[in-house]
Design a protein around this ligand. Structure first.
Ligand code: 13P
Ligand code: SF4
Length: 328
């Protein structure tokens, strides 16, 4: 059986939209109807007119669509959880709030902002507290708006994203537990990170600059602050693609983000900022066979791997997501 052919036939026959993030394997990515960064996918997928959405990505992405558009039936060929999103749950969130309280910062003085790479429950907790969701493409705007509340920002779960935007905005930040008094900071970050983006080091940048003095360095804001400090361009996956595609063909560029995406960007003059292959293990879980099986389960009338989020969680997580859409 030619899986690709079968998938195309099923797509033709079913009332379905196939969605894929840029980090998906090429063979899955090329069969998607909608591709994009996490913000674009949340927006576009929730406004499609098909009954089913088959989302090739990581768990929080499918959940976000279900929260924004609960009437849609969202299936994920693999319900793989982003390793960073797994670093925080509501209990950890509340523990960290308690730590902030012990420094004399009350909950009324805190505005939580959660990166979209978090569970529906964490988003709901943030929404309940008056907070907002952000993505790597709109974090600047969201933090700027959040600061207008006059409160301190508690940024979860990615410490790198929180610190990188604090530096960009000239704000004082810390990672809770790093010895800094959070009372002196505008942005207090939870100690989470992306293990894939931690692979990139300032030494990797030095290596490429020594080898190709005119090379441009472009990285994702999930990279460490020391890496971002040395880069020429920092952006979300969509912003990186746009920036790199607009470079002259002979301009060398080295990119610090996930392998599958960088690999399909340009044939020549594009390098990966790491000596190890920076593949996201959870994004790479989804295979062509999984995509076929999921579409077939719809055809058979027994949809598998469907995403469900309980009503109370949807209510508050939706509020936090909608605040983001209003601002961005
Ligand atoms: P984007 O919002 O840039 O698509 O990033 C999502 C992500 O998980 C990056 O590691
Ligand atoms: Fe999560 Fe990192 Fe994979 Fe992005 S690259 S989905 S942040 S583990």
């Amino acid at each position: 059986m030619d899986l690709k052919e079968e998938i195309l036939k099923l797509k033709e026959k079913l009332d379905v939209t196939v969605v894929a993030h840029f980090y998906q394997k090429d063979e899955v990515f090329e069969l998607a109807d909608i591709t994009g960064d996490s913000l674009e996918l949340a927006k576009k997928a929730s406004t499609t007119n098909t009954e089913f959405i088959v989302f090739c990505g990581v768990g929080f992405m499918g959940q976000s669509v279900k929260i924004i558009a609960p009437q849609k039936r969202v299936l994920m060929p693999r319900i793989a959880c982003c390793a960073m999103a797994k670093m925080i749950d509501v209990a950890y969130f509340d523990d960290n709030l308690a730590k902030l309280n012990s420094y004399g910062i009350s909950n009324d003085d805190i505005l939580p902002i959660t990166y979209i790479n978090s569970s529906a429950e964490v988003k709901a907790r943030v929404g309940e507290m008056g907070g907002i969701v952000c993505t790597s493409s709109n974090a600047f705007k969201i933090i700027e708006q959040g600061l207008k509340s006059g409160k301190k920002i508690f940024f979860v779960p990615d410490r790198c994203l929180g610190q990188n935007f604090a530096i960009k905005m000239g704000l004082k930040s810390c990672v809770l537990g790093d010895g800094t008094d959070p009372k002196e900071c505008d942005i207090i970050c939870y100690d989470g990170f992306c293990s894939v983006h931690q692979l990139f080091t300032p030494e990797d940048i030095d290596f490429y600059r020594a080898k190709y003095p005119d090379i441009i360095v472009a990285v994702h804001p999930e990279c460490d602050i020391k890496v971002v400090a040395k880069a020429d361009f920092v952006g979300s996956t969509s912003q990186l693609i746009k920036f790199i595609k607009e470079l002259p063909e002979d301009q060398k560029v080295v990119v610090g983000t996930e392998y599958n995406m960088v690999n399909r960007l340009r044939e020549k003059n594009t390098y990966i900022l790491s000596s190890t292959k920076p593949e996201c293990p959870t994004m790479n879980e989804t295979t062509l066979q999984d995509l076929y099986d999921t579409l077939k389960s719809i055809e058979d009338g027994k949809p598998t791997n469907e995403i469900f989020v309980d009503e109370k969680t949807v209510k508050y997580a939706k509020i936090a997501l909608e605040r983001m859409f209003e601002i961005s």
